[in-house]
Design a protein. Sequence first.
Length: 257
Amino acid sequence: MELNGASAVISGGASGLGEACARDLAAKGVKVVIADLNEAKGKALADELGGIFVKTDVSNETEVQAAVQAAVDSGAPLRIVINSAGIGWATRTVGKGNVPHPLDTFEKVIKINLIGTFNLMRLGAAAIAATEPVDKDGLRGVVINTASVAALEGQTGQVAYSASKGGIVGMNLPAARDLAAVGIRVNTVCPGIIDTPIYGEGEAAEAFKATLAAPVPFPKRMGTAAEFAHLVRSLIENDYMNGEVVRFDGGIRFQPK
């Protein structure tokens, strides 16, 4: 699929994996719409890339629709939706003192990670479906969702996070089948240990990241956001990639802890 002259909506696009995708696609001529809650970073990045920032809570239908509409109104046809917004959480199903996992935090993780992903996917796909096909096969666009290796190998305390990411994996194939009718491909990436600003900076942060990277077979390091963005672009550009869940993890397999 030709990227130059298209537009893309990227949730969580102000930092981390989303920012890397925004930079990568903008360099290929894509008009990026950064849908994020962080106004300062989002606006600064949009200005730098010649894109558009829309303050967006991915679980809010009105705000997500506004982000999608910004892409539609940009003058570049909407062809790409990338879901990279999400939050982490660590709480055991039953903790110390036999305290059960709080239901409200479980619901919050599901609402942002899983429902938020579905929200942008459905609204973005509806807008893409209204465009003209770009080739003889009837291709109109691509959705890339971000899950996690934790969807497949959740560790102790990851029950909420793993449930949310497992739901994204579960949506992948039926969504691809649904959206085939309107010429939209759907793929999901499951990252492993990726070096993003969430881990902080300084000597302690570097030591912690080294511990996280130790179980990676090869290369013996964390993945980079730029490598993630490269994979996402490859999935967008390769017209025969559809309905696939791709691990991006250096061969790591999570242990219980």
